[in-house]
Design a protein around this ligand. Structure first.
Ligand code: NDP
Length: 340
């Protein structure tokens, strides 16, 4: 069975590749933007079951056509993870929204046109497609697998964070719309994670600045002990290994997961929760602030209520705890920096 995975160089994507290869059930064709990145991934995975194709810029609707013309008849599953997730941009529409929307359109249409044996399509969406961050602290708001972010295009252009949220909503919506319009025979699933933490798949990916979500933990590992712990950041976490698993389960059971949105949420956290956990690591003691210990213990009561019981029931496994995901992220950073 062969999986085509877009954005193979990504933080989440590498964990998906690892789990697919470890299962010994799948071959993977990963799309990357450059030869250099492909070569370094090939070296790290060192597997005859992993190959690469070059897809330079998903902002072009035809970007995936060449790869699918060449390999389409071999492809059993598509996992579309590629999408820009960073806020260091100049043009919200061009740098965030267009690649997300056109990327989804291009890979979905190429799948329909060139992959006649396709059984299932998984798109990496986001919690951002389900809720608008302005409503995160409204405890009266209840969110579940049916929720949609109602943000408008005009609002999205106000700042890069809004732009990113909108880009994920429109990219996922595009997939559901196309699956109906084109009346596809294969199954479709969206995976909607909150902030994803956890170790990089390979130590060599630990660089000074990490991918957007892990950078939250990285910043606290390197924070000055005199700094005040800012209370304003409140969100939700999930571990990357659970997110990777949620991308693979639908490939193993297409019927069960067809039409589903998997809301991957492990629970609420605030900055203080992260600081409390990091302070349990002996090598960090005294090097980072203590803040007000346990200040975030009842954080869930200050935030929108997330009910992802349907997702948990479908997946049937326990999610990794905040403590483990934060510790594993931090310990890998400290190891690479020679501090353990
Ligand atoms: P990364 O930044 O590590 O991965 C993003 C991937 O998308 C990379 O492979 C990147 O390629 C590729 N990509 C970005 N823009 C383009 C483009 N214009 N053309 C082609 N490829 C592109 O982030 P994550 O692994 O965290 O994110 C992966 C997916 O998960 C994204 O869809 C993101 O929106 C989603 N997500 C992530 C969450 C998180 O907390 N991490 C939470 C919810 C959803 P390259 O390496 O060449 O830049």
């Amino acid at each position: 069975q062969t999986v085509f995975l877009s954005g193979a160089t990504g933080f989440i994507a590498q964990h998906i590749i690892k789990q697919l290869l470890d299962s010994k059930k799948f071959k993977v064709i990963g799309s990357v933007r450059s030869e250099k990145k492909g070569n370094s991934l090939a070296k790290n995975f060192n597997s005859p079951d992993l190959s690469f194709v070059y897809v330079k810029d998903i902002s072009l609707e035809t970007a995936f056509d060449e790869a699918f013309k060449q390999y389409g008849s071999e492809i059993d599953y598509v996992v579309h993870t590629a999408s820009p997730f960073h806020f260091d941009i100049t043009d919200i529409n061009k740098d965030l929204i267009i690649p997300a929307k056109i990327g989804s359109t291009g890979i979905f249409k190429a799948s329909v046109k060139y992959a006649p044996n396709l059984k299932h399509f998984v798109v990496t969406s986001s919690y951002a497609a389900m809720n608008d961050f302005l409503k995160e602290t409204d405890h009266n708001l209840h969110l579940n697998e049916q929720s949609w972010n109602e943000m408008s295009f005009d609002q999205a252009l106000e700042n890069p964070v809004f732009g990113y949220c909108y880009s994920k909503k429109i990219a996922e919506q595009t997939v559901w719309d196309l699956s109906k319009e084109l009346n596809v025979k294969f199954g479709t699933t969206a995976v909607n994670p909150v902030y994803v933490f956890g170790p990089q798949c390979f130590d060599s990916s630990v660089t000074k600045v990490l991918n957007t979500s892990c950078e939250i933990v990285n910043k606290f590992v390197h924070i000055n002990p005199e700094t005040e712990v800012d209370e304003s950041n409140k969100a939700s976490y999930v571990d990357v290994r659970d997110v990777a698993r949620a991308h693979i389960e639908p490939l193993l059971n297409s019927e069960k997961f067809n039409g589903k949105r998997l809301l991957m949420d492990g629970g609420r956290f605030g900055n203080q929760s992260i600081i409390d956990i990091l302070n349990e690591i002996p090598q960090l003691k005294g090097k980072i602030p203590v803040g007000t210990s346990h200040r975030d213990d009842d954080i869930a009561s200050q935030m929108a209520v997330i009910d992802n019981n349907e997702t948990k029931k479908l997946l049937g496994f326990q999610f990794i705890t905040l403590e483990k995901t934060v510790k594993d992220t931090a310990l890998q950073i400290l190891k690479v920096e020679g501090q353990l």
